[in-house]
Write a protein that binds this ligand. Structure first.
Ligand code: GLU
Length: 510
């Protein structure tokens, strides 16, 4: 592949970026990096009606958080600036003139009312109205009207749009890296508007002009743009420009059954569909984000990479560098990719496991600090916190789970789980605990192993049975039947605190 690989992610700032958009950005990024190319962010903000002011900032923040920054684009210097379409109007004006001069585009003066009437009349006759090769001859445009009439109307300042003059009786051949070859009969297409009456280009026109101007080599985008491909390819032909290669990515589907995963689904189905939390400017409605839900960006990206692509091996955990090395468009599937919440959590768990204890302590601290103001039995230095984290991290999916899993390392239980109590605390338990206290008291080197040895030996000698002793012992230290190895807990909180908790449970439950 040539070394001039240039790809772009070209979102419209109409709201927060859906995770499908992040996946499109990711595949563009991976493809660019794999081939030593350039990843560009272009903001396609020609649709003024749907423009949302904080969307652009959101998009950039989302890409940065995901760890897939762009090389060229809005806010960065670049040879092809500006990268916001609203700042490129002169470029589009120049190019649309070329198409008109080449007779590939024409002025259409039909008013919205006239078009509505046409539509109605067609409907009444059981037909659908299409502004196409046949009907254009009967409508108000620079093909049907005389040259003089057209000049007059333009001079007068009559309102017009500019339409593409779709060729008749031709076949457009399309090639897509993911979908293979397709062909379209031009007679099934209508004359799409390229320039609106407000002098602003439509998506199609601005998009292909920019892809050409910015020397884009590969267009990698969502499947919803596949129906536009024929028009885009015809536009390149009309300009006599070399078209980029195209790859249309499969849709992201809802977890159950069919149907596109929509922006609304997140709140309905109970998982985020946005990378970052988003507050709607108008309604103040807040939508969840992966970042705020506690996902690591590495886990989020790894999960997204697998929604529509697979490496062809058993390996599932990929760092970004590994994804770059393994990625290819040929391994992107044609069929829709089902979102899977369990799998998403699984990825997060795997990345949780890869964090070192020191990293986890850093991440845990902000969650821990608010609790450390209350009653404490010792000073919890970093060494202590590190040991705690090493004992519980296996059970955590998110950093925010750590406090619930670890609270008893910092505070004595303030209540005893009723179900566990019923199971663990019998009539003779208080007496057993009194005796166990002695064993604990007499364990001088207070390590997990020596406590375990002494306690187990005593259990055997006194023929008590492990459950009878170890269940209330755990209940006294933890307040429930949860937590790591009970002797690890005792060793870490120390002899004094262990005995104090045992005294307390005897007092409360006897
Ligand atoms: N602005 C389009 C979008 O919002 C870009 C489509 C394309 O990549 O060509 O998805």
């Amino acid at each position: 592949m040539s070394n001039n690989i240039r790809v772009r992610f070209a979102p419209s700032p109409t709201g927060p970026l859906h995770i499908g958009g992040v996946r499109t950005a990711l595949y563009n990024y991976l493809f660019a990096k794999k081939h030593g190319g350039t990843f560009i962010l272009r903001i396609e903000d020609t649709d003024q009606k749907r423009y949302v002011t904080n969307a652009e900032k959101y998009i950039i923040e989302a890409l940065n958080w995901s760890g897939i920054p762009f090389d060229e684009g809005v806010g960065k210097e670049g040879k092809f600036a500006p990268y916001r379409q609203s700042e490129r109007k002169d470029i589009y004006k120049k190019h649309i003139q070329t198409l008109i001069d080449k007779d590939w585009a024409y002025y259409a003066f039909d008013t919205p009312e006239e078009l509505a009437t046409q539509r109605k009349q067609h409907e009444a006759a059981g037909k659908t109205f299409s502004y196409n090769q046949v009907l254009r001859k009967t409508l108000n445009n620079s093909i049907s009207l005389s040259k003089d009439e057209v000049s007059k109307r333009l001079d007068k300042g009559d309102s017009y749009v500019i339409r593409f003059k779709t060729p008749q009786d031709e076949t457009v051949y399309l090639t897509d890296i993911i979908r293979g070859d397709m062909k379209i009969d031009t007679n099934t297409l209508d004359d799409k508007v390229l320039f609106k009456s407000d002098g602003i280009p439509t998506y199609h026109f601005a998009n292909i002009v920019d892809d050409h101007e910015m020397e884009i080599s590969h267009v990698i985008r969502g499947e919803e743009w596949l129906p536009s491909l024929a028009l885009h390819v015809m536009l390149y032909k009309a300009f006599e420009w070399k078209a980029p290669e195209f790859a249309h990515l499969p849709l992201l589907l809802k977890p159950v059954g069919k149907g596109k995963l929509s922006k609304r689904d997140g709140d309905k189905l109970g998982f985020p569909v946005f990378p970052l939390e988003y507050t709607n400017e108008k309604t103040n409605e807040v939508s969840r984000g992966y970042r705020e839900d506690g996902y690591f960006p590495e886990a989020f990206i790894n999960m997204l990479a697998f929604l529509g692509w697979n490496p062809g091996t058993e390996q599932e955990l990929f760092s970004l560098e590994e994804l770059v090395a393994a990625f290819s468009l040929e391994r992107v599937s044609k069929s829709g990719a089902k979102f899977d919440l369990d799998k998403t959590k699984w990825f997060q768990q795997q990345y949780m496991k890869t964090k070192s204890d020191a990293e986890l302590v850093e991440l845990f601290n902000p969650y821990l600090e608010p609790h450390l103001g209350g009653f404490m039995f010792t000073d919890f230095n970093t060494e202590y916190r590190t040991k705690v984290v090493s004992l519980i991290k296996e059970r955590a999916t998110f950093v925010s789970d750590l406090w619930d899993l670890a609270s008893f390392f910092f505070l004595p239980p303030f209540e005893y789980d009723p179900k566990a109590t019923k199971k663990a605390w019998k009539e003779d338990t208080a007496e057993i605990m009194q005796n166990l206290k002695e064993v604990v008291e007499n364990t001088h080197s207070f390590t997990s192993d020596s406590i375990e040895n002494n306690v187990k030996e005593w259990i055997k000698e006194s023929e008590l049975g492990f459950g009878k002793v170890l269940m209330p012992f755990r209940l006294s230290l933890v307040g429930s039947m949860q937590g790591p190895h009970v002797f690890d807990i005792a060793a870490l909180i120390g002899k004094e605190e262990t005995l104090s908790r045992m005294n307390r449970i005897i007092k409360e439950l006897d």
